[in-house]
Design a binder for this molecule. Structure first.
Ligand SMILES: [Zn+2]
Ligand SMILES: [Zn+2]
Length: 861
């Protein structure tokens, strides 16, 4: 009874002991300074929002990163593995409303709780570099960067249509609008309104951000595709159609257009311009407005289109809108041939995309075709297919593989050739030019919220916009703010904050009351980790240059677009400020799959949330973490099964008993000597391999295969599920050899090495148990500082291998032959096999093809 109790695996006791020891050793997970002789490795998991509770998705994300960090420590790298808090944002304000707790207090309490959970999980972070983005020592640098960008012309103000969530009482970015509703309030329809907003000129970097993707071969292809689409580059031509009749001056048309009386369109297919049978304007185009000013009937109809467009935007998809238009009764002239084409106003054309006007070519564009059919507008062919088929003889004909027809002097040319010449002609006659447009828009960073970084600008009646001087940073968030859900910025209701002195003229002035989008915080946080305590600079450039780029970044694919595009932009901006030298923040990116339960994403409303705390309390942190790695390949979704966690816990119990059982007998003390290492075998320090028993060799073979497999996986494949399975197989094999162990057929030196290496292999996956068993085996010092085992290819070699035998291309049987067997021997083994003999009986074997080590093919008639 006592013995059984003694042999009970008790994760709670083991883990509490090591948690305490680790907490008492702040150097354990600390990176060495940039002067370290070791190669550097920066592994980073995306920092969480401090909601107050880790969820299983976090546990999975951090278990992957922590396993990698531990592995790299054991490989002898100088590892930076930090953690922090993306601590600004709306939930703190909502919580303040609900519970009457100030956002700061709520946030810091949550951080403490989550940090405790992380420590309980045994995650190896260097807490000395922890950052909390809602604290002034961090957000002052957001303000500092904002000012630097302002000085470089990368910041501007513009009145713009914004998405307004009445529930959040704030502006949302386009991407925070999901199907016309707020991303946080799935039931709340987003409204549009006009507001003066601050923008960062990310579009300046559009081409660089696009080109940089080609070099990011350590990023998932799907992420690169998403970013390419988001940037949305299209090459084409801008062309001016001339207005047939002058329109009144003073009608609000841009100066250039007023002067020239033109409508500029953007097209990717200028080769089809002779097929343009109308010009279509956005309802809010200045020319439309000018027409409306002179035609009240038209204005009524256009107002309806504006309404439709607004509703479609609110519903989230202007592309799917039922296409409507109204003819204006006016005409424009095709600049190439002077042809009169009617001008329409259409509800699917947006003023903020391209030039807000298009030429409509129904013969060669799906959408234009649909519109022309609906309204009886002429449909004309101007491109003929190179060879007519059943499929391409009807319009619309969309391909660029064709020849121009009905196109004046350009008829007979290929599309590509005509595009070039038409573009040149436009430039020559000053009615157009080659142009590139991007879908990417400038980054609207204004938020009418309290819990964010105050924008460090001052509005002075005399001087206009004035920067807050650097020596007055940070502009502190006032502590006492009444959070309500009324519109406008909460900071606007704090007179002590708003009223200030102009730094330039000393006169009375108002502070900007908008705060920054929280994506600003996460755009550069990983640089701050490298020098988290610096109070003179965001970070010391030399230190950041040592650590960057991040070697491995790990996080959810939901951040594939915004967070990563903003931080790639920020990196380039900092590079251009001379702070860093790298163009990209991370060399490799990994996006893990989701954790689901019963086939659905875990959510409170579905009642299928599994709490990490419950799992840890029931099975221990090691089992919880190891299960998160074992249950699925890391890039796939993981369906959480509690039985599975229990299974992993039982397995860890078996490992614990296995080591405990033998360690006492072994009295293993490390002497730096390995019973089978090549050098020692050669120097005769140990019995030559030949004298190791068959049982020893078999176990060592399995051990070295396992080392090779896991090492290889860490180097890139990352199939940690199969790594854990391989450790399980190894343990099975050692246990199956129990009678040989008892009989002394395996020497204590070999057994010691087996167990010691097993524990090292467990280190990245089950750090508590590994630390405990490391000590149990008599090892001194942290297992993290022990060397990762090396696989000996000679020992790992199978003495028998399996060779598939095919008859006429069909797999018939698998035969076992000695590893390294020659073709003749393999052929003989295949022909001697019973099944093969049965299948070939009474037939002629015409040919035997042997691929040594791989396969045998028999051609039989
Ligand atoms: Zn909302
Ligand atoms: Zn002033």
């Amino acid at each position: 009874m006592t013995e059984e109790k003694e042999f009970r695996y008790d994760p709670a006791a083991i883990e509490a002991k090591w948690q305490q020891r680790w907490a008492a050793d702040p150097k354990l997970y600390a990176a060495e300074p940039a002067t370290s002789q070791k190669p550097k490795y920066y592994v980073l998991e995306m920092l969480p929002y401090p909601s107050g509770q880790l969820h299983m998705g976090h546990v999975r994300n951090y278990s992957i990163g922590d396993a990698l960090a531990r592995h790299m420590w054991m490989r002898g790298y100088n590892v930076l593995h930090p953690m922090g808090w993306d601590a600004f944002g709306l939930p703190a304000e909502n919580a303040a409303l609900k519970n009457n707790t100030p956002p700061r207090e709520w946030t810091l309490t949550n951080i403490a709780a989550m940090k405790g959970q992380m420590q309980r999980l045994g995650l190896g972070y260097d807490w000395a570099t922890e950052i909390t983005t809602c604290l002034p020592d961090y957000y002052r640098w957001n303000q500092w960067f904002f000012l630097r960008m302002y000085e470089k012309g990368l910041v501007y103000r513009k009145k713009s249509k914004v998405n307004w969530c009445p529930e959040c009482a704030t502006v949302l970015a386009n991407e925070q609008v999901v199907d016309g509703c707020c991303w946080r309030h799935e039931e709340t329809k987003v409204e549009l309104c006009d507001l003066e907003q601050w923008f960062l000129r990310i579009t300046t970097y559009a081409q660089q951000l696009l080109d940089g993707l080609d070099k990011l071969d350590g990023w998932p292809e799907k992420v690169r595709i998403m970013q390419r689409n988001w940037i949305g580059r299209s090459e084409g031509t801008e062309v001016d159609f001339f207005l047939e009749e002058e329109i009144n001056q003073g009608s609000g048309i841009r100066d250039q257009e007023k002067e020239r009386q033109r409508i500029r369109v953007f097209t990717t297919r200028v080769d089809t311009i002779f097929g343009a049978t109308s010009v279509q304007l956005a309802p809010e185009h200045p020319v439309t407005k000018a027409f409306c000013a002179a035609d009240p009937g038209l204005k009524t109809k256009v107002d309806e289109l504006i309404e439709e467009q607004k509703r479609a935007r609110e519903a989230g998809d202007v592309g799917a809108i039922e296409k409507h238009g109204v003819p204006t009764g006016r005409f424009a002239l095709n600049p190439y041939n002077g042809e009169r084409v009617p001008i329409w106003v259409a509800n699917y054309i947006l003023m903020d995309y391209g030039t807000g006007a298009i030429m409509s070519v129904p013969g060669h564009d799906e959408r234009d075709f649909e519109f022309a059919e609906k309204y009886g507008i002429e449909i004309r062919r101007v491109i003929a297919p190179a060879a007519e088929t059943e499929e391409n003889k009807n319009l619309p004909f969309l391909s660029e593989e064709g020849v121009l027809v009905n196109s004046g002097a350009y008829s007979g040319m290929s599309c590509i050739q005509a595009q070039k010449l038409l573009q040149e002609a436009a430039a020559r006659s000053a009615f157009g030019e080659a142009a590139i447009t991007y879908r990417l828009k400038d980054w609207g960073v204004s938020r009418q919220r309290y819990w964010g970084t105050p924008i460090p600008m001052i509005h002075c009646e005399c001087c206009g916009l004035v920067q807050v001087p650097d020596d007055q940073l940070p502009v502190l968030l006032p502590a006492q703010v009444e959070i309500t859900q009324q519109g406008g910025s909460p900071l606007g209701r704090v007179p002590e904050f708003v009223h200030t002195k102009c730094p330039t003229c000393g006169g009375p002035a108002r502070r900007e009351t908008d705060t920054m989008d929280t994506f600003v915080d996460s755009s550069w946080y990983f640089y701050r980790y490298t020098d988290a305590k610096n109070d003179r600079k965001p970070f010391e450039p030399a230190i950041a240059q040592y650590w960057f780029p991040i070697d491995q970044y790990i996080g959810g694919v939901e951040h594939a677009i915004l967070h990563l595009i903003y931080s790639r932009f920020w990196t380039r901006m900092m590079r251009d400020l001379g702070l860093i030298k790298n163009d990209e923040p991370a060399r490799r990116l990994f996006t893990q799959g989701m954790v689901i339960k019963d086939g659905a994403k875990m959510s409170k409303s579905k009642g299928n949330v599994v709490s990490p705390d419950d799992m840890v309390a029931r099975y221990g942190a090691d089992a919880t973490r190891m299960y998160a790695l074992f249950a699925a390949p890391p890039d796939r979704d993981l369906d959480w099964q509690e039985d599975g966690v229990a299974g992993v816990s039982r397995f860890l119990g078996r490992v614990w008993r296995l080591v405990a059982k033998h360690s006492a007998a072994l009295h293993v003390k490390r002497t730096g000597f390995s019973p089978y290492a090549e050098s020692q075998r050669q120097s005769g320090a140990l019995a030559p391999e030949g004298s190791l028993s068959g049982s020893s060799l078999k176990l060592l073979r399995k051990l070295h295969q396992t080392i090779a497999k896991i090492t290889h996986d860490f180097e890139g494949r990352w199939h940690f599920n199969t790594c854990v399975a391989a450790i399980m197989e190894l343990v099975n094999e050692i246990q199956a050899a129990d009678s040989q162990l008892e009989a002394g057929e395996v020497s204590p030196a070999v057994l010691g090495e087996l167990l010691r290496t097993l524990v090292l292999l467990l280190g990245p996956f089950a750090p508590f148990l590994a630390a405990e068993l490391w000590e149990e085996l008599g090892e001194d010092g942290a297992i993290l500082r022990a060397q990762w085992p090396k696989s000996d290819p000679e020992l790992a070699k199978e003495d028998e291998i399996e060779i598939p035998v095919q008859i006429n291309g069909k797999l018939t049987v698998v035969v076992r032959v000695p590893a390294g067997a020659e073709a003749k021997a393999i052929e003989a083994a295949a022909l001697a096999d019973e099944k093969v003999q049965a299948r070939t009986a009474g037939k002629t074997v015409n040919k035997v093809i042997v691929v040594p080590g791989r396969a045998v093919n028999l051609v039989v008639k």
